[in-house]
Ligand binder design. Structure first.
Ligand code: 4NP
Length: 149
């Protein structure tokens, strides 16, 4: 199974989602491949925001080697599921979907809630990590029928 995590900049939220989901998948031997991308291209080639790297490290997850890239149309055929953080990401990604099958792959990570952008508030990185972790566990449960630890 291949999953793509998408936010606006691909430096704060989706790198955390990639790291958390890859960690959970590895821990449970699911063999999933996780990647992330941003709808915007401002930070392409950069590593994650230091505040995200630190939040992940506090939970034993290393996201420091990730490299920012922009979402592209070919992602619709390369991934089984595309999880976005907020409604702006949802409409930006859906606007690029070439067909209905592609559009059906796209969902909010939290189902019906958004993961808020922590970029302008240092205090939000830990709560955002926890929101993302909860969402990833729910997705694993839904896709495998198993409950993540
Ligand atoms: P992210 O946060 O979408 O969670 O990566 C942002 C990071 C950077 C910018 C916007 C959002 N920016 O405009 O540079």
């Amino acid at each position: 199974m291949k999953l793509l995590m998408v936010c606006l900049g691909n430096i704060c939220r989706s790198p955390l989602a990639e790291g958390v989901m890859q960690h959970l998948s590895d821990e449970q031997g699911l063999g999933w491949k996780i990647d992330s991308a941003g709808t915007g291209g401002w930070h392409v080639g950069e590593g994650p925001d230091r505040r995200s790297t630190r939040a992940a490290r506090n939970h034993g997850i290393d996201i420091s080697k990730q490299v920012c890239r922009q979402f592209r149309k070919s992602d619709f055929k390369d991934f089984d599921h595309i999880f976005v953080m907020d409604k702006y990401n949802l409409s930006d990604v859906l606007a690029m979907a070439p067909d209905e099958v592609s559009a059906e792959k796209v969902k909010l990570l939290l189902g019906n809630r958004e993961v808020p952008d922590p970029y302008y508030d240092d205090s939000q990185f830990e709560p955002v990590f926890e929101l993302i972790e909860g969402g990833c566990k729910d997705i694993i449960k839904e896709l495998t029928g198993k409950r993540a630890k």
